[in-house]
Design a protein around this ligand. Structure first.
Ligand SMILES: [Fe+2]
Ligand SMILES: [Fe+2]
Length: 369
């Protein structure tokens, strides 16, 4: 089915934009959102560094007590890298880490490879990195709360990463005591450190347990939950635009909505629609493409309007109706067809392809802005 682009018709009934409105044409880039994207990219670079360090520790260290703890930490960290990656894709803006973070990564890589440093000294640097990750994670949450409601949902899975990083910090403190005492005296320290580490971990796991029930880890998310999360985010953003108290806020939200919807649609067209055509039907699948083309044209029209104008709000209402119709078609018709015709493994694989497509599109978009 096709939509009427009502807001294009509305245009005829309004007088042209005022001079003030003309000077306020929407920009899609918001400095605050870009700054958060840069922090997230820094967190990803640091997480990769942390993983490489831990692999190195496992190669270099022969002490079983130390190895088994590092090994568990490495497993968590590899899983957390995937969660971080998913959170960045949901957040919607790809970025490079800040130059200073890149330099720090290089410096740490060098000192980790150096034979001048003892294991204690290397672990001490590693613990600082973990501390940095915890602080950056908290900071991103706080900043997200200030900038917009859509961000909180997108980065919710980071809670798990933050809690685990805090637990790792406790473990690393214990490891530092153990390794340091051995290096200095050749003897093992008082065995109570393992008990203390265990207690600290249990306390953290208690907090972690409650955080985990609120969010799913979705490291290898099913395609349906990924699409659903995007739909929810778009609806949140449209609500925020409608209720925004000033035009600056609407502009920020619109910039994000624009990018998210274009990326979501294109990723569906690359990774989803071609594969559902065979069981969802030629005509119905074509409708999905047509509706998305119409949504894109409304979005582009909105881009040239002032968020304060009546026309913009007419378009927004039009877009909300279109998105509501389109997403319910996907959730109520396409999803059941997917459940029936695709195995859970196929849906996970499609999820991975969808995520990859989004990431590439977001990267292209970031380089164009
Ligand atoms: Fe969709
Ligand atoms: Fe769609």
């Amino acid at each position: 089915m096709a939509f009427n682009i009502g807001c294009a018709t509305v245009k005829l009934y309004f007088y042209g934009p005022t001079e003030e409105e003309l000077s306020m044409v929407t920009t899609l880039t918001d400095a605050k959102r870009t700054a958060i994207a840069e922090k997230l990219a820094g967190m990803r670079a640091t997480q990769n560094l942390i993983i490489n360090n831990e692999r190195q520790f496992l190669q270099d260290c022969r002490d079983e007590k130390v190895r088994s703890r590092i090994h568990d930490m490495l497993e968590d960290d590899e899983k957390n890298l995937k969660i971080l990656e998913t959170s960045i894709i949901q957040y919607g803006i790809q970025s490079e880490p800040k130059e200073t973070v890149k330099q720090l990564v290089q410096q740490v890589e060098q000192s980790m490879g150096s034979s001048d440093l003892s294991l204690y000294e290397k672990l001490a640097q590693h613990e600082l990195l973990k501390h940095g990750q915890v602080m950056t994670g908290l900071l991103i949450h706080k900043a997200g709360q200030v900038v917009g409601a859509d961000i909180e949902a997108a980065i919710a899975p980071l809670n798990t990463v933050n809690f685990e990083n805090r637990a790792h910090q406790e473990q690393l403190k214990g490891l530092l005591e153990y390794v340091g005492t051995q290096e200095l005296t050749g003897q093992e320290p008082d065995q109570s450190i393992w008990g203390r580490m265990q207690d600290a971990m249990a306390a953290m796991t208690g907090v972690l347990g409650s955080a985990k029930t609120q969010t799913s880890d979705n490291e290898d998310a099913d395609i349906m939950s990924l699409i659903f999360m995007d739909h929810q985010k778009a609806k949140t953003l449209m609500r925020e635009i409608k209720n925004a108290s000033d035009s600056q806020k609407s502009e920020e939200y619109f910039g994000q909505l624009y990018k998210d919807l274009i990326v979501h649609s294109k990723a569906e067209e690359q990774a989803v629609y071609p594969q559902v055509r065979s069981f969802y039907g030629e005509g119905d699948t074509q409708d999905l493409y047509d509706e998305q083309a119409e949504m894109e044209s409304v979005l582009n029209q909105m881009k040239s309007l002032s968020p304060q104008s009546d026309e913009f709000h007419a378009c927004l209402q039009q877009l909300r109706d279109m998105v509501g119709h389109h997403t319910s078609q996907e959730e109520n018709e396409v999803f059941p067809a997917m459940r029936k015709n695709m195995s859970p493994e196929q849906r996970e694989q499609m999820g991975a392809q969808f995520k990859e497509a989004k990431k590439q599109l977001q990267t292209e978009m970031a380089s164009q802005m």
